[in-house]
Design a binder for this molecule. Sequence first.
Ligand code: PSU
Ligand code: MN
Length: 322
Amino acid sequence: MTDSTRPVGRFSIRYGDHVTRARLDGRPVVALESTIVSHGLPRPDNLRVAREIEQTVRDNGAVPATIGMIGGELVVGLDDAQIEHLAGADGVAKLSVRDLALGAATGADGATTVAATSAVAAAAGIGVFATGGLGGVHREASTTFDESADLTTLARTPIVVVCAGVKSILDVGATLERLETLGVAVAGYGTRRFPGFFVTDGGHDVDWQLDSPAQVAAVMQAREDHGVGAGALVLGNPLPADEQLDRELHDRTLAEGLGLLARDGITGKAVTPFLLSHFHSSTEGRSLEVNVRIILRNAALAAQIAAAATPAHTALGFSLPA
Ligand code: PSU
Ligand code: MN
């Protein structure tokens, strides 16, 4: 851990040694979120998977920067002991952007969602972020108003988010409509269909298809060159069809999970972790396996994109911590 910090807004960010070294050496960095570790995956697999995600980034030519909050301090590049802490401790907060100041001022330990991770990564000058699936518009949103803050945050955050689309537990079509309204760019990786996380095809077309890390890097460069629009690029990287969750098992598990949500009155930020945990327990680990595959594939692709994009990004003046 270094003591170099750099203020971002009213926060300071602490950089892990490996991230500081990577930036000094001009090596590519990939941001990773911690909510999937603390709240999205069951213990004890979550810690093993968190380590595998980091290793996959390294194996594909980049340096992982897992982001989270320790004792009220935002850390870009958690070390192994800190990841172990967020994976195993009780009471780790789920931090979206609106929670960051509350967590900082109260000295919280917290895991950052897609929204918070993107915002912190972009503030730290990291251009590529890998996750599992985005948050989005929930199926009952017309009455519950449940739409993830991931969407509005991505509208103002310049970063490439490599994901397997949005979870099929959400309203995929409504989420795509909101991304359009919010000005968030969306492309499929090797496909014109938007992925549905556990399932390869989320049921909707996207307008753009990108086919290589170099092509994604060229889009990043073009966005900088043109300076128009400061939102994210969501890159949907689908699972190969033979690796997806069995459709029938998926549909049955989802219907049950939605019923349980209603029965138990689960709302707000508890909804996504509840549904994921329901999938993991009632598919006897099959959805967990699929979830892990998704994240590792996204981590590999994000690393390749970051490596392809590095010259552009160092030229853009990644500012090094003082
Ligand atoms: N995708 C996963 N597992 C997760 C999440 C996404 O595969 O745990 C998390 C992400 O951190 C995402 C959050 O930002 O769920 C969305 O939560 P909500 O719907 O409450 O905004
Ligand atoms: Mn929500």
